[in-house]
Design a binder for this molecule. Structure first.
Ligand code: GTP
Ligand code: MG
Length: 428
């Protein structure tokens, strides 16, 4: 029987029972709270926005502290990501907060690849988590999770529209991270212009298919506030750590010659809305979405890239073990095939070399035979010449001997000869 059938039957046979006395498992939610409180929480924010747009000031204002950090220059030759982790405590809750800042964003003349370092950074954090998950001995309970839970995207308060750099960057990021767009330095834009600007930004995001984070409305307790807040996006924020006396209270504000802009005054900016949504209501949802949506997508793509699948080509479910075995067999088959190919190639090469050597040997033999023949012919010719010479020499020797004999006889008969010569001369 298929395992799915068993599960369904078990599910169908679950019967609700009432308890006749206290058991104690109603403390489970408290146990969870205690465990989480003692473990502490971690939250990672990525701030993407042009140099000097107010990223650091907003972070300081949001968390009511002063995170150390220096100003960036406008002369970075490429975008860099700078991460810093802090330990914060509010009553019993401990928060390990990492703030990652985009340094030099929007400062290069060629902004084509400005989004790349940001994508690489978010992917690297997913990869580190995946590697920890895939370890045999994993320690995820005390693993410092560096995955980005939210990206605050700082939009310049131009009042016009989004820049193409904003659209490209957000589009590239939207499947990897929860994006909350904010209009920075909102005190520099007039109220009626701000309203139009917000509508323009949202319509541009929709028409370019950019998915920004939507505050969840499936949980009844926060559905109302979240759906109302979704209508206020992008939040127009103001940052300031300066305290100004308004009435008899000290408030965070920015002071101008014509008046005071109060950060936490909802008529002046959406700062409170952002803090409420980001920190007080949806921090856990942002963490959860990061794990269940963005990380899940990264993990799925990565495992599929490595050849793992949940179903076979016939759409039948396959386990990781089966995929592994199939991959292993495929790999071993490949290896054997390659080995065989190499062996055959080797044999072929040896044969080729052998025939080449044989050919060379034959050529050498032919050359040798030819030389031998030539040598023999040469020798024959020489022998013939020698015998001719020998013959000539013996004739010569014979003649020489005959001549010597004749000369010897001539000496003896010289007087007679002289007479004969005289006689002959007279005859002439
Ligand atoms: P880098 O980290 O150097 O890229 O800058 P940043 O984006 O962190 O900006 P930062 O917070 O250092 O602010 C830069 C300047 O803008 C400072 O002079 C701030 O006082 C000013 N500033 C910050 N927030 C606001 C704001 O909401 N309104 C106005 N008008 N000015 C602001
Ligand atoms: Mg800064």
């Amino acid at each position: 029987m298929a395992s799915a059938d068993i599960v369904r039957q078990m599910g169908e046979s679950v019967r609700p029972l009432s308890l006749s006395g206290h058991v104690g498992f109603d403390s489970l939610p408290d146990q969870l709270v205690n465990k989480s409180t003692s473990q502490g929480f971690c939250f990672n924010i990525l701030c993407v926005g042009e140099t000097g747009i107010g990223k650091s000031t907003l972070m300081d204002t949001l968390f009511n502290t002063s995170f150390e950090g220096s100003q960036s220059t406008h002369y970075e030759n490429r975008v860099k990501l700078k991460a810093q982790t802090y330990e914060l405590q509010e009553s019993t809750a401990r928060l390990k907060l990492t703030i990652v800042n985009s340094v030099g964003f929007g400062d290069q003349i060629n902004k084509e690849d400005s989004y790349k370092p940001i994508i690489d950074y978010t992917d690297a954090q997913f990869e580190a988590y995946l590697q920890e998950e895939l370890k045999i001995k994993r320690s995820l309970h005390n693993y410092h999770d560096s995955r980005i839970h939210v990206c605050l995207y700082f939009i310049s308060p131009t009042g016009h529209s989004l820049k193409s750099l904003d659209l490209v960057t957000m589009k590239k990021l939207d499947s990897k991270v929860n994006i909350i767009p904010v209009i920075a330095k909102a005190d520099t834009i007039a109220k009626n212009e701000l309203h139009k600007f917000k509508i323009k930004i949202m319509s541009e995001l929709v028409s370019n298919g950019v998915q920004i984070y939507q505050f969840p409305i499936d949980d009844e307790t926060v559905a109302k506030i979240n759906s109302a807040m979704n209508g206020h996006l992008p939040f127009a924020v103001i940052g300031s750590t300066e305290e100004v006396k308004v009435g008899n209270k000290m408030v965070k504000a920015r002071q101008y010659p014509w008046g005071v802009v109060q950060v936490e005054n909802e008529n002046h900016s959406d700062f409170v809305k952002l803090r409420e949504m980001l920190v007080c209501v949806n921090m856990e949802d942002l963490r959860e979405q990061t794990h269940t949506r963005h990380y899940e997508l990264y993990r799925r793509c990565k495992l599929e890239e490595m050849g793992f699948k949940d179903t076979d080509p016939n759409n039948k479910p396959v386990s990781l073990q089966e995929t592994y075995e199939a991959k292993r067999n495929e790999f071993l088959g490949d290896l054997q095939r390659k080995e065989e190919e190499m062996r055959q190639m080797f044999v072929m090469r040896v044969k080729e070399k052998e025939s080449q050597l044989k050919e060379a040997e034959r050529e050498l033999q032919d050359k040798f035979e030819h030389l031998k023949k030539m040598h023999q012919e040469e020798r024959k010719k020489l022998d013939e010449k020698k015998s001719v010479l020998d013959e000539e020499m013996s004739i010569f020797n014979k003649r020489k001997a005959a001549t010597e004999l004749l000369q010897g006889q001539a000496f003896q008969t010289a007087p007679q000869m002289n007479l004969k010569k005289d006689k002959d001369r007279k005859n002439y």
